[in-house]
Write a protein that binds this ligand. Sequence first.
Ligand code: NI
Length: 228
Amino acid sequence: MLLHLPKVLNAEQVTLAQSLLSDDAPWLAGHRSAGSQAATQKNNHQLAQSSAQSQQLQRLILQALNQDSLFFTATLPLRILPPLFNRYGGDCNFYGPHVDGAVLKIPATGDWLRSDVSCTVFLADPASYDGGELLVQDTYGSRGVKFAAGDAVIYPSTSVHQVTPVTRGVRIASFFWIESMVRSDEQRRLLFDLDMNLLKLRDKHGETPETTALTGVYHNLLRQWAST
Ligand code: NI
């Protein structure tokens, strides 16, 4: 499931992120942190993880996600890899087709995290750059997305995806992975659809015996499928 999450960050948080991710920030060559297949496709810059800017922005993003109920219901997060930040512009302006690594090391603890869901938070105003679409392939074909600064997109980590060349301006973004309590994308999708439609039913009709029973079905499916 590919899903647009509007306004994960507010305008003030976006302005702060943009000022911390200026051209003077400690940007490193992106291919250094990619696996061997991905490294051949990766031509961008990535913010040094040990930098003060990175740590401040990681806290900002994680706090915002914590308050975002749509993010929670769509991803059912067990663990989130500390967010990373990238920059596409000038000669370092694309990331060709690749698949993200299935297991990723959490820097602080050395523990492994399984990547189930990938997330990008857009941080540049889309009018300020050309190109730089995130193109995700799924069973229905390719879908390209480029959202407002502060918006996010989630998509299955299993999918081949790319960032098309930025031909004007600079595209900055945060990206990270989520290990979900529910490993299967199909099962997460069913739970998400059930949850969202229950919200709509409650809006229309209030609480009824049927919404109560279906909420029970939601939780019992989650109980069957979740690993914690
Ligand atoms: Ni990727």
